[in-house]
Design a protein around this ligand. Structure first.
Ligand code: ATP
Length: 328
């Protein structure tokens, strides 16, 4: 996999305050990567250092193989950046704004118009092309912002809180668009957000930021494993019938750590039993087979941790490398 952004021990201090602390991160071509973290976690500062818009205190940054401190202009031509407060000429139309950006990027008038019209169609704003941006809703502005970063045909787009202040339907549409762009055009997308559900919907991998540190990084499954430190898997099942022999059979399996009766039959005359089985590896199918041999299987599923659990643990617990290390 080709890396397009590489950060090594990247650090930013504002006087005594450390906004970003020794960040190591690699982002690969074509992926949608989410920087997830609460306000003040250091996401924007990290983005600004990638773009050469703020100087780092220490560490290394490579964007498309270049150091932003020395090649900010080349990087700017290849990386589209949409800040959380995009500025447009509000008294000009959407089309004019895009044509203006295109020309700034060296595209000739005729081609600029053509590209602007195509992009407006792409982001679903064709009908609003001749409307002044002052009349745009927040969602429309964000879609126009996306068109604006795409006009220079970037290799990477960086979106800072792109869904801020948009209604749920607008969020869904914008995320779908971002996902399509990445898949169809092979654009690498880096987006920052503090909305875990949105990040979960659209990102291939996620980096969790807390107080300037990357406390965990990976796809949702890897993050779940990080959370589940002993790497045990829990399988829950419900059966009708003889629960005692099934329980004994489950306990006899090598991979089973514990078998718990998680609920008693709901009614006195009911013979439904719910089990929670902790295992060292995923043996859901073996458990299902045993359950059907010894009783009547009603339902079975493997428990998995979602971003919700991860978010609560890291963000609300305020866990950092130090506390994580102590916990190990
Ligand atoms: N120019 C600055 N001078 C001093 N401190 C700053 C400056 N810019 C950012 N900070 C501080 O650095 C920390 C990280 O800020 P940053 O904007 O990177 O966080 P963020 O994760 O992007 O949060 P948000 O979601 O609120 O944008 C914050 O505590 C912020 O107050």
């Amino acid at each position: 996999m080709e890396s397009v952004i590489e950060l090594h021990r990247l650090t930013k201090k504002y006087d005594e305050y450390t906004a970003v602390n020794q960040l190591d991160l690699t982002i690969y071509r074509g992926e949608v990567f989410g920087l997830l973290g609460p306000n003040g976690a250091g996401k924007t500062t990290t983005i600004l250092m990638m773009l050469g818009l703020t100087e780092r205190t220490d560490g290394e940054v490579k964007v498309l193989g270049l150091d932003p401190n020395h090649h900010a202009i080349t990087i700017k031509s290849k990386v589209g950046y949409m800040p959380d407060d995009i500025g447009f000429y509000d008294d000009r139309t959407a089309l004019d704004n895009l044509v203006y950006t295109a020309k700034l990027n060296g595209i000739k008038e005729k081609q600029a118009r053509q590209q602007a019209e195509q992009l407006l169609a792409r982001v679903g704003l064709s009908e609003a092309a001749q409307k002044k941006v002052s009349a745009f809703s927040r969602g429309m502005r964000q879609r126009l912002g996306l068109a604006d970063v795409l006009i220079k045909q970037p290799e990477i787009i960086i979106l800072d809180e792109p869904t801020l202040g948009i209604d749920p339907e607008g969020v869904r549409e914008l995320l779908e668009l971002i996902s399509q762009l990445s898949k169809e055009e092979g654009i690498t997308v880096l987006l920052s957000s503090h909305h875990l559900h949105q990040v979960q919907q659209v990102c291939d991998r996620v980096g969790l930021f807390v107080k300037g540190e990357l406390v965990a990084c990976g796809n949702i499954e890897q993050l779940s494993n990080t959370l589940n430190q002993d790497n045990h898997i829990t399988v829950e099942l419900e059966v009708h019938g003889d629960s005692n022999t099934l329980s004994a059979a489950l306990e006899a399996l090598d991979q089973v750590v514990s078998v718990q009766l998680s609920s008693q039959p709901a009614k006195a005359n009911s013979s439904t039993t719910a089990f929670s089985v902790r295992c060292t590896e995923d043996i859901t199918s073996t458990i299902a087979k045993l359950a059907t041999e010894h009783a009547e299987l009603i339902k079975i599923h493997r428990l998995s941790y979602g971003l919700d659990d991860i978010y609560h643990r890291y963000f609300e617990g305020g866990e950092t490398h130090e506390t994580a290390a102590k916990a190990k």
